[in-house]
Design a protein around this ligand. Structure first.
Ligand code: HEC
Length: 111
């Protein structure tokens, strides 16, 4: 009897684990905020709308460091930008699939 209960318990705990798998939407969002490095959202904004990262005064001018809007780009431009090093942006080593998820996350939203 104990063994039957144990087997049933194992079966049900497994079924629960299956339910807790991330959906595509959740995975894409998680990746945008934590892409094995500094989160894209910290510079480009929560929805890729672009953000002023920081600003400083030089002489009598205010200089702003901007991260551009990235939720309106073609897939090609988006993935290209992630392949070569940029001026300010850190280099990422993302798989094609991860890039596709990030692109999906940014473009699926109504802006
Ligand atoms: C430290 C801030 C910072 C982080 C973090 C960052 N970026 Fe950027 N990104 C920039 C800046 C600034 C530019 C403009 C080019 C430059 O100066 O490097 C840029 C450029 C881009 C471009 C090219 C835009 C265009 O118009 O061609 C894309 C696409 C992009 N980032 C996507 C991402 C994604 C996706 C992530 C996360 C994996 C990310 N960035 C993380 C700052 C950042």
């Amino acid at each position: 009897m104990k063994i039957v209960i144990l087997i049933l318990l194992l079966f049900f705990s497994n079924a629960n684990a299956k339910d807790s798998f991330l959906s595509n939407d959740e995975y894409a969002k998680m990746l945008y905020k934590n892409p094995r490095g500094i989160g894209c959202n910290l510079c480009h904004g929560e929805k890729g709308e672009g953000l002023v990262i920081s600003s400083y005064i030089k002489g009598d001018k205010k200089i702003s460091l901007m991260a551009p809007r990235i939720n309106n780009l073609s897939m090609r431009r988006f993935t290209k930008a992630l392949e070569k090093g940029k001026r300010l942006m850190p280099e990422y080593f993302l798989t094609q699939q991860e890039k596709a998820y990030l692109y999906y996350y940014l473009t699926k939203q109504k802006n």
